[in-house]
Write a new protein. Structure first.
Length: 343
């Protein structure tokens, strides 16, 4: 889950610094405000909530949050040798591995999104590595057509078998990477923990993806900033500010992770059908969904689709989606009908 990948698409392009500043503007200290931060999943987390009747001290609550995130990471990080995901990745074909409830939740939703979108594939780790966006060094030469064709034959969520007994793969060498969904799942788990302690006004952020609920102090809405994708290198600007209500929020794009090779620019987002990095007009996708995990996965999938297909998918599935594309005249934007109430 720490892999920079197409299945992740997770460059989180919400401007967190501004977001945190927006959280603090004009509030009256009627409810107790608590802010927690730490490290997880190769990135950082920030949590802010308002609680009139605190059941736990902030120290105790943070220890519970850290325990939840440690469990998620132990299950789904490809950087932990004995993690649940690495244990599965080493298995031969047709061997069923019993899996935890957390692992089942993420793999089940990842399979569902993969089949629905055709552009999210959590088995793409080896293909991502081949293009140089994994933990290894980037290649000095473009992968050959033969290498890509061979790799494509070994990937696909259709090669996973999920049953009550556990999870199996139908081909040897198939590997999972939950970069597009595990981070959002961690957010959802923390949100569930907060709600189990009667905390209903909160913001949970991990690596730029978010889930918010309720309100700030004095009945004020949470405000979230989307980053301007054509800002100069090293510069960050706000594209627009949203009031997303109670929701998970994820933003994906292709404009920050890339490299040049043989005169070509290659982004970190790869089409699982062709095995090639995407080249189209869509540079940023923001998705709202009750589940941060689902928002996270959808943001990646829609980015890989491109502007026209992403619009059609959002409208077909009644998804709150905000798209930023590029044209000869500059940036163009699209708000799905379900997204307009949040602008």
């Amino acid at each position: 889950m720490n892999r920079v990948s197409t299945s992740q698409g997770v460059m989180a392009f919400l401007l967190i610094t501004l977001t945190l500043l927006l959280f603090g503007c004009g509030e009256k200290p009627e409810s107790k405000e608590t802010f927690l931060e730490g490290k997880t999943m190769g990135t950082t987390y920030h949590i802010k909530f308002y609680d009139e009747k605190a059941e736990l001290s902030s120290e105790k609550l943070q220890s519970l949050i850290d325990a939840v995130l440690v469990n998620v990471n132990q299950s789904m990080s490809t950087y932990i040798e004995n993690s649940e995901i690495n244990t599965f990745n080493r298995l031969p074909a047709n061997k069923v591995m019993p899996i935890s409830e957390d692992f089942r939740a993420v793999v089940s939703e990842s399979i569902r999104l993969g089949k629905s979108t055709k552009t999210l594939d959590v088995t793409m780790g080896p293909l991502i590595d081949l293009w140089g966006f994994g933990p290894d060094k980037k290649p000095t030469n473009r992968p050959s057509d033969e290498e890509l064709a061979s790799m494509i034959e070994k990937i696909g969520v259709d090669k996973l078998t999920l049953t009550q007994q556990g999870l199996a793969k139908t081909v040897d060498g198939l590997e999972l990477s939950f970069s597009a969904t595990a981070k959002g799942y961690g957010i959802d788990k923390v949100a569930q923990l907060l709600e189990s302690h009667s905390i209903t006004n909160y913001m949970v952020e991990i690596g730029g993806e978010l889930r918010i609920a309720g309100e700030k102090a004095n009945n004020q809405d949470w405000k979230i900033a989307i980053e301007q994708p054509d800002a100069q290198p090293g510069e960050r600007k706000v594209h627009r500010v949203l009031s997303p209500g109670t929701s998970g929020i994820a933003t994906s794009g292709d404009y920050r992770i890339f490299y040049k090779m043989d005169g070509e620019i290659y982004t970190h987002l790869i089409d699982p059908v062709t095995g090639m990095p995407i080249k189209h007009d869509l540079v940023s996708v923001t998705v709202l969904h009750p589940s941060a995990m689902t928002a996270d996965g959808l943001a990646t999938a829609l980015t890989v689709m491109g502007m026209e297909k992403a619009q059609a998918y959002a409208e077909q599935h009644d998804l709150p989606v905000y798209l930023i594309g590029k044209s000869k005249e500059g940036l163009v934007t699209y708000s799905s009908p379900a997204f307009k109430p949040y602008l």
